[in-house]
Design a protein around this ligand. Structure first.
Ligand code: 26W
Length: 820
């Protein structure tokens, strides 16, 4: 390797004839090279921020090379590629994950330490790329990691939001949102490709004409926006592959409207530019609530049109035809947010590439597949026809034709059953139903847990499922356990490595090798000692951030997820107040000390959710400052929940709260992350909790509450929340209006007991309260028996392997995308 070449060229050279260029690099040399090139300095005189950026750029360039070589190899071999379309990728931090996957962590930790830098401080500079709200976005990132580790050519498409999920601050108990300017430091991971910008058309109208015997259609009078791609490279564990997450940024065609300028309309000239850029300005902070806003629709179309144009361009460059698209390309629609893929692929094939309707439809259906992530009616996207047609006139006319042909077909299948046909229609009641658009076209539709898929098959999608049951299948969610266990919990990982070997690093099912140790006192004690160290680390963070001292020997009971009424954080905090009253009533009783830890963001406009956060914060103030209960009960609400905070909370968890009303949580993935870190679940038989129970058995989980069918039956029978109120529960509810919590929460009480806000207690918090309290008593009793609890913890770790995203992605590859 001649001295003159800079590190970039060296890596390019290396990657030419070795899919693992990372094995040949010298960390110190590479860092100094990059520092010299970017900052004109070396490790000896670089600042921490300069070292951070140089390290990220070095890793990015390594992955760029790996991706180039991997991409060429896939194209040469004509391998089928999958494109994962998602409005959200909750990536989190990237530096540690990439170094871990490339097997470079230890080497760079040493090289930096030799130069006087602590890599953990460098990691702390790496911002969370918060390009998502919650489960759906994080799942997309876990799947990119898994696909790359298994050498699958998978490209993610999303939007380069300048502002990700808002930063949360609790001010006087109330959630405030602040802009998340992640690009300030996070831009190091992005590689702009201005030359590959794509034009996306909005507005205008449809023009139809006959071109000798061919019927031609085009959009005219539209305004153009340029979608500029930025590449974020994705590493995989111990893999030859590196994949790309392509993030589109909206720009005006020529950054300056000279015409307007020369007309002296200076502001207008700039305004139009700003207008265009607003499309990729900010992530919609809605989780499970549709916001039929124009900008949200423009964001979805920018993602879909730019991505499909670039996919078709790359495909045609290789195969000089589109007819074999379904054989070489799989396009996956992550919930309905990218559902415009259906009409847009049709538009491109028909208007731009002269396909007839039927052939275009055949290619479209065999190329597209769709995953549903929620049954919440308020989350099923339906666009107002006028807004839709105004922004996407040609796409709308194609939706009309899709709908016309669908209705024609349904009339044959369900003759005169207009109720059903209307329910299944793509366009009806002046709305475009995005789920039906996917159901009408996609060759595969899946749910994200066994229970959820059953509910889709027998519930909201039953009419479509009855016609083509073979299109519906389940792929239970999975997690990138190398991030959520190996990187987040190195103490446990190193211990497991020396106890059962390192196979589990490649295959998570190898964690089952732990099972023989379930009665091994030493191993059980060791596991509890590691858990205690992780709890000390979290306790330090809580003291630092909230100024509250928590006892690492207490039960760390954790509920971390988006704040939503169906997830029932309210049930949790009402039970905490119930416990508080019990301790107050009998301060010398033997209560197992407990620390209840909450972290959750509420969608900005979701007032009820914000009121529940306020109640949790008010309860924590009352309880944490009450000397009568201090050593027995603490409540903590951790601000600004995000991926990197979860990576510290999860290894410290004893109890994992998964208490949603049965039938509403599609799967959950936090439950899996907590399980593989040895937390024992207290939960309902909802989503993937059902499959966690299947894995660990009755004696290693604390189940409570109604099952999904019992919830349905109680609805049918008529649910009267007040019938479930006991004197103790009434006393707790009175605390919410008595002012003892420093403020009144009348709305919350009325939402439970009255129809002031619609159905009383719509998520049956009161109906499940007694059994929840019973299960929580079981937790306290079992935890007293350290060995028994440690055994439960061990079995949860050992049986969590099935929830690896490697397993899930393999199922998608085999059952849906048909990847080789
Ligand atoms: C239109 C606004 C909006 C935004 C996001 C509606 C719906 C969503 C997502 C579908 C909500 C979401 O993240 N759902 C969660 O997806 C996870 C991954 O499959 C599941 O594990 C969770 O159960 C589900 O709530």
């Amino acid at each position: 390797m001649n001295k003159k070449q800079n590190s970039k060229q060296k890596i390019q050279k290396l990657a030419e004839n070795d899919a693992r260029p990372e094995r040949a690099i010298q960390p110190t040399e590479l860092l100094n090279d990059t520092l010299r090139r970017i900052f004109g300095c070396e490790l000896a005189d670089a600042t921490q921020k300069q070292v951070y950026r140089a390290l990220c750029i070095s890793v990015r360039e390594l992955l760029t090379e790996k991706n180039r070589v991997f991409g060429n190899r896939c194209t040469e071999k004509e391998r089928k590629e999958v494109y994962y379309m998602s409005m959200e990728f909750l990536v989190g931090t990237s530096l540690r994950n990439n170094l871990f996957n490339l097997g470079l962590e230890a080497e760079f930790r040493k090289a930096l330490a030799d130069a006087g830098f602590d890599i953990d401080e460098i990691y702390a500079i790496d911002p969370d790329a918060g390009l998502g709200n919650g489960g759906l976005g994080r799942l997309a990132s876990c799947y990119m990691d898994a696909a790359t580790g298994m050498d699958y050519p998978m490209t993610g498409f999303s939007i380069r939001y300048e502002f990700g999920i808002f930063k949360q601050k609790i001010v006087d108990g109330w959630q405030m949102e602040f802009p998340d300017n992640w690009l300030e430091m996070g831009d190091v991971w992005l590689q702009a490709r201005e030359d590959d910008a794509v034009e996306v058309k909005f507005g205008g109208e449809v023009r139809e004409w006959m071109d000798n015997d061919r019927f031609k259609v085009a959009q005219v009078g539209y305004s153009s926006v340029m979608a500029v791609p930025y590449d974020m490279y994705i590493s995989g564990y111990d893999s030859d592959a590196a994949n790309r997450l392509v993030l589109w940024s909206a720009k005006l065609p020529q950054s300056f409207d000279m015409a307007a300028f020369s007309r002296g309309d200076y502001v207008r000239a700039l305004e139009r530019n700003a207008m265009a850029e607003t499309i990729s300005k900010v992530l919609y902070p809605a989780d499970d609530h549709i916001q039929g806003k124009r900008l949200r629709l423009k964001q979805q179309y920018l993602l879909v049109s730019a991505s499909l144009q670039s996919i078709l361009k790359k495909h045609y460059k290789k195969y000089r035809t589109y007819t074999n698209l379904p054989e070489k390309v799989a396009i996956h629609i992550n919930d309905t947010h990218p559902a415009l893929c259906v009409p847009e692929l049709m538009r491109l094939l028909i208007d731009e590439h002269d396909f007839g309707w039927d052939e275009a439809w055949d290619i479209t259906c065999r190329t597209l597949s769709y995953t549903n992530h929620t049954v919440m009616s308020e989350a099923l996207e339906r666009w107002n026809v006028d807004l839709f047609r105004e922004q996407l006139p040609r796409v709308y006319s194609i939706c009309q034709e899709i709908n016309r042909r669908l209705i024609e077909h349904l009339c044959a299948v369900y003759p005169n059953d207009w109720g059903k046909i209307n329910y299944m229609a793509v366009i009806a009641n002046n709305e475009v139903r995005m789920a039906n658009l996917c159901l009408a076209a996609c060759h595969k539709v899946n749910g994200v847990s066994k229970l959820h898929t059953d509910i889709l098959r027998n519930g909201i999608f039953r009419d479509y499922c009855q016609i083509t049951p073979e299109r519906f299948l389940n792929v239970t969610n999975g997690i990138a356990y190398r991030r959520w266990l190996c990187q987040s919990d190195p103490l446990l990982t190193d211990y497991l490595k020396q106890l059962i070997g390192g196979d589990f690093l490649r295959d998570a099912r190898a964690l089952e090798k732990l099972l023989p140790y379930q009665n091994d006192e030493k191993v059980l004690a060791d596991l509890m000692a590691i858990k205690r160290k992780n709890k000390e680390r979290l306790a330090a963070l809580i003291e630092n951030q909230n100024g509250v001292r928590v006892d690492p020997d207490s039960i760390f009971d954790i509920q971390i997820k988006r704040l939503h009424e169906y997830k029932r954080q309210l049930l949790n905090i009402l039970h905490v107040l119930y416990l508080y009253r019990q301790i107050k009533a009998n301060p010398h009783g033997d209560f197992m000390p407990r620390t209840f830890i909450f972290a959750a963001k509420a969608s900005a406009g979701y007032i009820r959710a914000k009121q529940i956060i306020s109640l949790i914060v008010a309860a924590s103030k009352l309880i944490n400052n009450d000397p009568d209960v201090n050593d027995k009960l603490k409540v903590v609400f951790l601000e600004d929940y995000k991926v990197s905070l979860a990576e510290i909370i999860i290894p410290a968890a004893d109890i994992s709260e998964q208490i949603s009303i049965a039938g509403k949580e599609a799967s959950g993935t936090g439950n899996m992350k907590l399980m593989i870190n040895g937390a024992v679940t207290i939960g309902t038989l909802d989503g993937a909790n059902v499959e966690i129970h299947e894995q660990v058995g009755d004696e290693n989980i604390f189940l409570f509450g109604m099952k999904a069918h019992e919830v349905e039956e109680l609805w049918q029978r008529g649910y009267h929340p007040t019938e479930f109120i006991t004197p103790e529960l009434q006393a707790v509810l009175d605390m919410l209006t008595s002012g003892v919590l420093g403020q009144r929460f009348d709305d919350l009480v009325d939402s439970l007991l009255t129809n002031r806000f619609g159905t009383a207690d719509p998520y049956m918090t009161l109906a499940d309260f007694q059994d929840y309290a019973r299960a929580q008593r079981d937790v306290a009793a079992v935890y007293q028996d350290k060995q028994r609890f440690a055994r439960m913890s061990l079995i949860n770790i050992a049986k969590a392997g099935i929830f690896s995203s490697d397993r899930a992605v393999k199922e998608y590859a085999d059952e849906i995308w048909n990847l080789d």
